[in-house]
Design a protein around this ligand. Structure first.
Ligand SMILES: C[S@@+](CC[C@H](N)C(=O)[O-])C[C@H]1O[C@@H](n2cnc3c(N)ncnc32)[C@H](O)[C@@H]1O
Length: 281
């Protein structure tokens, strides 16, 4: 497990890019320290990530992720949010993994707050019609993804009203759960990065400035970069060395808002990184 930092991080456990296994790193973080986690795990649909084979037997895949969600639960503050982005699986081998995942999360005690439909507006590129103009076997093409939202223990997230940065217009727009956002065009050598707009909305809607925002399958660092740009602290975890390097460079370019004081996280702000998490070169 290695750590890529964008500066002298000392013993801080937040504002860091950590190369490692999601669960192993989560298990070494301080309890009740993260206000918002946003992630998109591998979907088990054979996407060619660097260093990870996205093709587990279905039950093993769900067991693996359930263990990750269990580790996350300890790390979230009471009222902390977990936003899980998951796409419908392929047309022919359709498996409703969004149902399986939300069942597992509720079994672990998470409150399911809502689900947002992210409509990707990609129908212009469709080819898989199934039986064209016939009811014999027509296909529905998934032009959307799910954004499932959970809370730990309670619905409310305590925070400083002075640290709210969402405008009335944004609040009105984002609270309509049908979000039309095109997929990310600039892929940075990664098969499935988030569009920044999706993360901006989630960060503003579900967290206060100064909160810690975590992505334990962080890829190219979209969550970390957006969190920093919006005056939040971040923690990025990914198993791939290459993606962590990409994320570190991207986060370095993301500037916190000018003239705004970003409060330090309310709990455990100085926590020695556990042995085995080495400082980046
Ligand atoms: C869907 S991608 C995330 C993309 C990210 N949302 C972005 O905007 O770039 C899933 C990521 O999980 C990472 N991954 C796979 N297994 C992992 C593990 N055990 N622990 C941490 N990361 C892992 C992969 O390297 C991949 O970058």
């Amino acid at each position: 497990m290695a750590e890529r930092s964008e500066g002298a991080a000392g013993t801080r456990w937040f504002d860091r890019i950590v190369e490692g296994d999601a669960r192993e790193v989560l298990d070494r973080l301080p309890a009740e320290s993260v206000q918002l986690a946003i992630t998109s795990p591998p979907y088990n649909v054979r996407i060619p990530y660097r260093g990870y084979t996205d093709d587990l037997p279905p039950e093993e895949y769900l067991r693996w992720l359930k263990d990750v969600w269990k580790s996350l639960h300890r790390v979230l503050v009471p009222g902390g949010r977990f936003v899980l982005n998951v796409a419908p699986t392929s047309i022919k081998n359709f498996r409703p993994i969004h149902h399986d995942l939300s069942r597992d999360l509720r079994d672990l005690g998470y409150i399911m707050r809502t689900e947002i439909i992210w409509y990707k507006q990609t129908m212009g590129r469709r080819t898989a019609w199934g039986s064209w103009r016939s009811p014999s076997n027509p296909h529905i093409v998934p032009s959307w993804e799910y954004v499932l939202v959970f809370s730990k223990g309670q619905w409310r997230l305590p925070g400083d009203p002075q640290a709210v940065d969402i405008s009335a217009r944004e609040f009105e727009q984002f609270s309509d759960g049908f979000w039309q956002i095109p997929p990310e065009r600039h892929r940075r050598g990664h098969p499935a990065p988030f569009p920044e707009e999706l993360i901006e909305r989630l960060v503003k809607f579900y967290s206060y400035r100064g909160n810690v925002v975590l992505d334990m399958f962080g890829g190219t660092g979209t969550v970390a970069a957006v969190a920093r740009r919006l005056g939040r602290h971040y923690l990025h975890i990914d198993a791939s060395h290459e993606y962590c390097l990409l994320a570190a460079a991207r986060v370095r370019r993301a500037r916190p808002p000018k003239g705004v004081r970003v409060p330090a996280p309310p709990t455990g702000s100085m926590f020695a990184l556990p042995e085995g998490v080495a400082e980046a070169a």
